[in-house]
Design a protein around this ligand. Sequence first.
Ligand code: HDD
Length: 712
Amino acid sequence: MSTKKPSARKSQLAGTDTLDRGNSNSKLESLEPFRSDATEQALRTNQGVKIADNQNSLKAGARGPSLLEDFIMREKITHFDHERIPERIVHARGVGAHGYFQSYGNHSALTKAGFLSDPTKQTPVFVRFSTVQGPRGSGDTVRDVRGFAVKFFTDEGNFDLVGNNMPVFFIQDAIKFPDFVHAVKPEPHNEIPTGGSAHDTFWDFVSLQPESAHMVIWAMSDRAIPKSLRSMQGFGVHTFRLINAEGQSSFVKFHWRPTVGTCSLVWDEAQKLAGKDTDFHRRDLWESIEGGDYPEWEFGVQIIAEEDEHSFDFDILDPTKLIPEELVPITPLGKMVLNRNPDNYFAETEQVAFCPGHIVPGIDFSNDPLLQGRLFSYTDTQISRLGGPNFHELPINRPVAPFHNGQRDAMHRTTIDKGRASYEPNSIDGGWPKETPAAAQDGGFESYNERIDAHKIRQRSESFSDHFSQARLFFKSMSKHEQEHIIAAYSFELGKVERLWIRERQVNEILANIDLELAGRVAQNLGLPAPKAPTVAERKTSLARSPALSQVNLLPGGIKTRKVAILAANGVDGAAISAFQKALNAEGAHAKLLGPTSAPVTTADGKQLPVDASMEGLPSVAFDAVFVPGGAASIKALSSDGVALHYLLEAYKHLKAIALHGDAGQLLDVLRLEADAGLIVGKDAQLFKALFAAMAEHRVWDREAKAKAVPA
Ligand code: HDD
């Protein structure tokens, strides 16, 4: 281990140019004392004793019993026996990455938070994305909410923005969180289903808890099956406060918007991926960072002046409501770039501990009752998950800001505190460490001076009582295909619910109050009578549609970082492959060459081309589009290869762009498919251009109805 100071993390975590691109960030390791590099090091015990034999335990004779005195074996096995820690109670499956945040300018009129005031400064961040329901080993592509938790290592302390990829939540008050989680988790008697909400207890709870209606429709939408983690929007969900140096507060909603746009998988693809590549999302994130396609988000806020707190037709403290961007646009504040994969999953991604209560001067909470409860829950959970109250000392959680206080001892304390006085005030250690008045330069944290004059009471505010208007706004704001997907998702999930009365209650008492057409279509799919009227009177709201909610409006226009499969067999037109790869790379996208097996393919002019994988090894669900180069022999071989034909049918069914080059056009007849806006036959530059244009649309939505008949 190196002995240099941890402050090096500040510059190194953020830097893009000083890091090795490979798996060993050797420069980084030498600068951060907590990164251990075993290169050229002897194998030793935890006590530093060199080990001569790591193959055989100590025995009484070569065939005799093992001896208790074998401290080397006992230490090794004892440590192994305790390798697992409790997984997170929710958000157990996750993946993390390092990066930096950079402010676009000086936002000190809005907040005194230092990391938002200096555009030249890069603040290190660690981000962990997660699913909510499934255990640590569950699939990445299940229908679920995704966690989007960001730890900013600012000079003024750590700020954790612990959000999701959806802007609202299932419940309004934290006291309901254990109920909600128990309902959505696998059922207690058989621990089924893993990773999903299509079961009785979830729908029982949400159909009895109308405040969940808005979040549930988000969970039934395409947002719950994101294409990748790097294409997800992120939301702080709650209303927070930003406070400037004059003590002026503004309410804000935090937003992350990915520069690659926001898009989703299609349901059949998501289900297949859960089996074919359980790690689909984490692999994509890892490979993008390794390949230099650094995921990037714009950080922004919706700002609501203190005096406008009550000027909406919902309560801004209610976490089941979003503020439509059409009413309050997002003000961009900065960007976040993820540019480094962790060295060690456990030490970094598993041990990172987020808490919405970790804030810095210039940021403060609102009275959202869900947020208020969260402020307690996260630190509490880390105490059992990470084995005590010293989890802030773990390398991944340590602030870059120094921390000194009278807190002492406890399990796993690693700091060796010097001095005699672990109390304040003291006169023995010169009074140190001392308070910093809030008014001083770089002042101490001071809570917003909000006046509260109230009765102590257990009550839900009347202003939280409209549960359906924003669920309706969401449904109405979707494009036709997005609406169809929502109907299909409710139908699929409720179709798995065994108790008829739960299906009926969800349709009649929840969906009918969102939208009668939605309720009617789902009822039809479940064989239930269509509800004739809502049970709750519709409220008048200021907005009928919010285009910003539809993913159709969230595409960037290009195909940067997209992935294309090239299908080839012996006799393939090698020149077409090179020309395609060149054109694709110019767009910032990537291709992989796939053959019938992992063996190289021979081109029509006799060259050997190594392939990246076999078609079975990297199935169509792993790609955004498919390119089939010509070459008579190659096309003849692919035409009678069931795996290749299935590949194309499956890509077609998942509404992907497919380009058939030259001779490959014959495959249309073989597959009995008709060309369309994304199934294109042609040659060279013209074909590539058409393919890229179709890919930029993400899917060929017009094909969706027709593709239903395709058996893939
Ligand atoms: Fe939570 C983890 C997000 C409500 C209690 N939550 C957790 C994580 C995310 C969120 C992203 C994973 C962090 C990581 O990667 O380690 N949670 C949310 C959002 C919520 C929300 C956006 C509503 C707006 N959560 C919520 C409530 C409670 C909790 C109301 C409890 C009262 N959440 C937890 C937890 C977890 C957690 C049990 C499990 C592991 C952890 O905290 O560190 O304390």
